[in-house]
Design a protein around this ligand. Structure first.
Ligand SMILES: [Zn+2]
Length: 91
């Protein structure tokens, strides 16, 4: 009955479906200081990021609604979108 032991889990919102999930259950898409847009699979890369569920559907949705582009303040070129979809489908 001790609630003091429950760890507070950092929550983030998926830019695809809008679900609020524990940060560790999401992947981050980041824009690096070099301007490259990539999946941050380590969770440690620096840069502006957008969180997504680990599934291709959420990424597709976020690309379609341009919510990733809004979060990153950068349009996502089609070849980068394809690369992200490819990488996420192997996750
Ligand atoms: Zn989602």
């Amino acid at each position: 009955m001790s609630e003091g032991r429950i760890k507070k889990v950092p929550m983030r919102t998926c830019v695809g479906c809008g679900a609020n999930k524990p940060k560790k259950d999401l992947v981050r898409v980041i824009r690096t200081s070099e301007g490259a847009i990539t999946l941050d699979l380590t969770g440690r890369a620096n840069g502006r990021g957008a969180y997504l569920c680990r599934n291709v559907e959420c990424l597709k949705r976020a690309l379609k609604t341009k919510s990733i582009a809004r979060s990153l303040k950068e349009p996502i070129p089609e070849e980068v979108a394809d690369k992200l979809l490819e990488e996420l489908s192997h996750e």
